[in-house]
Design a protein around this ligand. Structure first.
Ligand SMILES: Cc1cc2nc3c(=O)[nH]c(=O)nc-3n(C[C@H](O)[C@H](O)[C@H](O)COP(=O)(O)OP(=O)(O)OC[C@H]3O[C@@H](n4cnc5c(N)ncnc54)[C@H](O)[C@@H]3O)c2cc1C
Length: 329
């Protein structure tokens, strides 16, 4: 499964996430040779998700290539999904180049070269399925890059008895705050708006609000972070500045597509609020002929527009447009 593959293929898929894998399967089924390149592990984003995260979607909505996703749980766990996508990639004997970062695109339509940190891959078509999970929306305050500030949350166990500040008001921040307080951390939630987001799932939001109401989680609303020190966080609250003890800070303030990579691949951007990477919404072809976007990356800064459930369907739409190489009789 993991191999260099040939130096020339019909289709290069950039990104071995669920949607990139779906694209590879569909293109293969049309008789095209495909190589999937990822800068990290297979389904690298899922590898980086919270250790015991539970998907919001039921398993059939995460399936790709028609492979059933049997799970013991109504909502699959991260480990179930890691195992499922690995099994699909193995079953299909996909050619994967993992831990190989794509740098840029050279050449012209019909004769592109995908340049990676390890070499070049000649190809007719490129499908960009690079998601959004690699570039966090960093805090623009002093101390934002200190070692005890993290933009990714895995699990609570390192924080027993510690004061932890969680910044954010959406699902990731809500789940982290709840797990942390249940694992014995003193948790403060810092929310820029006037309430926990309405987009927090209906079974998580009341749990969080009840923990705040009973005082187990302290919450500051309409509050921004002013600075982060080695063991404190300075807040600007409606009542004035507040200095909090903080052994650890989780800034769960979202992520954005890698715009510098997209520019290096020749993709332009729309002048809209989501800074949408240019593509035809019906075909997913970009401003570069034969270069397609698929999955979450299509939404630009609107990272909740496309997810696995709906993004996986881009694969069939794109594959149907790829010209199958002529066979020699
Ligand atoms: C906590 C959490 C829970 C979620 N739950 C659900 C859910 O229940 N249902 C649902 O449908 N969605 C869910 N999502 C969203 C979903 O996981 C993403 O939308 C999904 O991963 C998108 O798939 P993708 O293939 O487009 O991108 P990704 O899975 O992000 O894959 C992109 C890949 O591109 C690679 N890449 C990036 N840059 C380069 C480069 N320069 N060179 C090579 N490779 C590169 C990355 O390493 C990565 O493997 C959840 C997300 C989070 C964070």
């Amino acid at each position: 499964m993991i191999s260099q593959g040939p130096a020339s293929v019909d289709v290069v898929v950039i990104g071995a996430g669920p949607v990139g894998l779906a694209c590879a399967l569909e293109a293969r089924r049309r008789g095209l040779s495909v190589c999937v390149v990822d800068k990290g592990a297979l389904v690298n984003s899922l590898v980086g998700y919270p250790t015991n995260m539970e998907f919001f979607s039921t398993p059939e909505l995460l399936e790709i290539g028609g492979y059933p996703f049997p799970t013991a749980h109504y909502k699959p766990l991260r480990e179930d999904a890691l195992d499922y996508y690995r099994r699909v990639a193995v079953a299909e004997q996909l050619t994967l180049r993992l831990y190989e970062r794509v740098l840029r695109l050279e050449g012209q339509p019909g004769a592109y070269a995908v340049v990676t940190e390890k070499g070049r891959l000649a190809t007719r078509y490129v499908i960009i399925a690079t998601g959004f999970f690699d570039v966090p929306n960093r805090l623009d305050v002093p101390g934002a890059d200190l070692p005890h500030v993290s933009y990714y949350y895995k699990e609570p166990y390192a924080h027993v008895g510690q004061s932890v500040v969680v910044i954010g008001a959406k699902n990731s921040a809500a789940k982290a705050a709840l797990q942390l307080v249940r694992a014995g951390a003193q948790v403060t939630l810092v929310v820029r708006g006037s309430a926990v987001s309405d987009s927090v799932k209906y079974w998580i939001r009341p749990d969080l609000l009840n923990r705040i109401a009973e005082g187990r989680i302290r919450a500051y609303y309409q509050t921004t972070v002013h600075h982060i020190g080695p063991d404190s966080v300075g807040l600007l609250t409606p009542e004035g500045p507040v200095e909090l003890l903080a052994h650890y800070v989780y800034a769960l303030t979202g992520y954005r597509p890698d715009y510098s990579l997209l520019a290096n691949l020749g993709i332009t951007f729309q002048d809209d609020a989501a800074r949408t990477p240019t593509h035809n919404p019906d075909t997913f072809e970009t401003n570069q002929p034969g270069v397609y976007l698929a999955g979450t990356v299509c939404g630009g800064l609107n990272t909740s527009r496309w997810f696995i459930e709906n993004g996986r369907h881009h694969a069939a739409v794109i594959a149907a447009q790829l010209a199958v190489p002529a066979t020699i009789e």
